[in-house]
Design a protein around this ligand. Structure first.
Ligand code: SIN
Ligand code: MN
Length: 200
């Protein structure tokens, strides 16, 4: 499958078919049972609008003490393993990369969004970040590696997979808004985004 490339970011539209998406959601239900969504707070004390959880050796967390990776959920349990169906996506789109050590799970309700930022809490920027979109569509914004300047956007739909690697590994990105109710994959609506990262 040839990806669409926007500013070096690869977008594989329709990477997962409906059945693969539901299988992945089933697997994620098990993850969330073991490591429930929680409300992250920024180091500045603001509640983020997404709900978060994770799978893998490390989860990315944020609270008053800062942004970092932790081997345990804020409630104390270890993060569950990354589901096999999720690992398969990584191996297909990033065959030369090391295995991911974190699968961050973000849930967006109708009003959630994510401001422009870089993913830079990982030790090795030669390794890509892979993102999987499930459920409602999101307008994903892509800026530049440097702060500021122009940006462009692409709608990410359920089943789309995106890769930020190479020159685009440190590109600024964010989510402007969710088109609530655009997908019937999640029974209560909303969007799940998985981001897979090599942490160490
Ligand atoms: C993120 O940058 O952590 C999330 C991106 C997305 O939700 O598509
Ligand atoms: Mn990010």
């Amino acid at each position: 499958m040839t990806p669409l490339t926007i500013r070096g970011v690869q977008v594989f539209k329709g990477f997962l078919d409906t059945e693969a998406q539901s299988d992945m959601v089933d697997a994620l239900r098990g993850v969330i049972r073991a490591a429930p969504f929680y409300q992250p707070v920024t180091p500045g004390g603001r509640k983020m609008s997404v709900q978060m959880s994770a799978a893998g050796q490390y989860g990315w967390v944020t609270d008053r003490r800062g942004y970092r990776y932790e081997p345990r959920h804020p409630d104390g349990m270890k993060w569950p393993p990354i589901p096999e169906t999720v690992m398969e996506v990584w191996h297909t789109v990033a065959p030369k990369a090391r295995d991911p050590e974190c699968c961050l799970i973000n849930y967006y309700d109708e009003n959630a969004r994510m401001g422009l930022h870089q993913d830079r809490d990982e030790a090795d920027f030669s390794q890509p970040v892979v993102s999987i979109s499930l459920g409602d569509s999101a307008r994903f914004r892509i800026g530049n590696v440097e702060k500021g300047g122009s940006s462009e956007s692409v709608w990410l739909e359920s089943g789309d997979v995106l890769v930020m690697g190479g020159e685009a590994r440190l590109i600024h990105h964010g989510v402007d808004r969710i088109r609530f109710g655009s997908s019937s994959l999640l029974k209560d609506g909303g969007r799940i985004n998985l981001t897979l990262r090599v942490v160490t």
